[in-house]
Structures are given as structure tokens and as C-alpha cells.
Design a protein. Structure first.
Length: 286
């Protein structure tokens, strides 16, 4: 679904402020993957995702979406932006319409859909993110922070993108609001089977949702692999200034203390299973 070939982007080229934000990135993300994107501040992850729907033009290299070079001559980049939906950090600041319904409908309307098609898109998107139809005629500015966030995400989902990119979608929310949004994003992925990239500083969020993890470090891809494989390298990741899930740190400490536990535990369910296995083996040995 997404292919990057030697992708490089330089901010302010030819000036004293020149900075290589991403450097010679080669990457392939298959259709239907749920990818967690992590990296310290300045690692290049935000610059990377802005290339995927043509908001930024590469200094060199190519970006291919579904086999199409989005900067090739004759490419309809407007169509690409409908295919690749991008939800920015704090998307509620981009709400502007009179009602919730109109805000969610803004994207489908600009796609040229008729009123009936728009209505279907709005209602489906609202249902995915848990926005009640009773809120449709309210001003989005009357809603709570979590509700605003869900309305903003619904506005992108309503365009039915093949790729959905979310930049820190839970930033600033309380634990209950964060968990609700993550559950709704997971459900959306399970139903639609499309490609999702979730940018987050929270390893717990990534561990609970993603099937693969892309780790950015110093403008390059450090690794792109399964969740299990990435968290088995937790010591390397922590040296970059990134925090692995707390449960992963606990199990690495157990290994250091001589317990024969798996190195890639990253959820409570895995932790429970591993501890019960260890207890069972020790019991059997007497």
C-alpha cells in the first residue's frame, strides 16, 4: 500500500538553518497493516507522515501509494489526499462548521458525493468513533474535549480513506478518553481492514493496538518489525530515549535477576501467561 524509495527531506536547504529531517528512507507497508510509529522528538516521524499524502514534497526519492508515484507528472494529488487521510495532533482545533453533522460531512462534500452518499458516510463515521446522532445538530464547540476529538477523527474517516494516519490521537486526554478512542480505532481497523499508521509517544498505546512498529531515530528508520521483535530490543530502544511499556521493563529486570522469562512481554495478558508458565514449571520440578 505504501512504498518509500530513498526518501529524503531537507528543511531550509541552502541556508544556515538547513536540516535533514528524514534521510534515505526505504520502507514498504502492506495493505491492512496497523503500524505504530514511534521516535523521540526530532526523529523525523511527523515529517515522514506528511509525505504520505503529499503535504510535503521530497527533496529526493519517491513516495508510492498503491503503486502510484504521488509526485509523478500528471498525478492527481487531490485524489491521493482523499485516499490517505491524515488526522493531525489536537485535530479538534480544526473544527469550524456550525454543527457536528456539517463538520463530519465537510470532506465527503468536497469529494463531490451527493447528499444521500454524504449522509451514509457521516452516519457510518460517527458510529465508528462513538459520536451519537443526538449530537449532530449541536455546535462542535459545545462538546467535551474527548467528543471534539472523536468528531474530528470522524471527519477524516467519513472520506473512507484506504490509509488512515493518526498523529498522537490521544494526546491530552484523560485515561478513560484515551482508552475509548484507541478501542474505537481498533474496531474501525477490524471492520474496514484498511491500513492504519498510529503515531504515539505511548508505548502502551502502540502495544495494545499495532501489529507492527516503525521506530524512527535520527532521521532514519531504526527498525520496522513485529511488535514482539521490536520490544525484544527494549534496551536499545531505551538508549534512544524512548520508554518501553512498564510491563516490558519489569520482565527485562526479571531476566537480569535470573528468571527464565520471555524477553518480549508487552501486555498484561502476556505477563500473566508467562508468570503462570513459570510457576507451573517450578511446581513440576518440585
Amino acid at each position: 500500500m505504501i512504498k518509500l524509495e530513498d526518501l529524503t527531506y531537507i528543511y531550509s536547504p541552502g541556508t544556515p538553518f538547513e536540516k535533514k529531517a528524514i534521510d534515505s528512507i526505504n520502507l514498504e507497508i502492506q495493505k491492512g497493516e496497523f503500524v505504530g510509529v514511534i521516535g523521540h522528538t526530532g526523529s523525523g516521524k511527523s515529517t515522514l507522515i506528511q509525505h504520505l499524502n503529499g503535504l510535503l514534497k521530497p527533496s529526493s526519492g519517491r513516495v508510492l501509494i498503491d503503486g502510484q508515484d504521488i509526485w509523478a507528472e500528471g498525478t492527481d494529488r487531490r485524489a491521493i489526499r482523499f485516499k490517505v487521510g491524515l488526522v493531525f495532533q489536537y485535530p479538534e482545533y480544526q473544527l469550524f462548521e456550525e454543527t457536528v453533522y456539517k463538520d463530519i460531512a465537510y470532506g465527503p462534500k468536497n469529494m463531490g458525493l451527493d447528499d444521500q452518499q454524504i449522509d451514509v458516510c457521516v452516519r457510518e463515521a460517527a458510529q465508528f468513533v462513538g459520536v451519537s446522532e443526538s449530537l449532530f445538530e449541536k455546535s462542535p464547540f459545545e462538546l467535551s474535549g474527548g467528543q471534539k476529538r472523536r468528531v474530528a477523527i470522524a471527519g477524516v474517516i467519513a472520506m473512507r480513506p484506504q490509509v488512515l494516519i493518526l498523529d498522537e490521537p490521544t494526546a491530552g486526554l484523560d485515561p478513560k478518553g484515551r482508552n475509548k478512542i484507541l478501542m474505537q480505532i481498533q474496531r474501525y481497523h477490524e471492520v474496514e481492514k484498511n491500513t492504519i499508521l498510529l503515531v504515539s509517544h505511548s508505548m502502551e498505546d502502540i502495544a495494545s493496538c499495532a501489529s507492527k512498529i516503525l521506530v524512527m531515530n535520527k532521521s532514519k528508520v531504526f527498525t520496522y518489525d513485529t511488535v514482539e521483535a521490536v520490544f525484544s530490543r527494549s534496551e536499545e530502544i531505551e538508549k534512544m530515549g524512548l520508554a518501553v511499556p512498564q510491563i516490558t521493563r519489569v520482565f527485562h529486570e526479571l531476566r537480569h535477576r535470573g528468571f527464565d522469562v520471555a524477553p518480549n512481554v508487552y501486555t498484561l495478558a502476556q505477563a500473566k501467561s508467562e508468570i503462570l508458565r513459570l510457576i507451573g514449571e517450578n511446581t513440576a520440578k518440585g
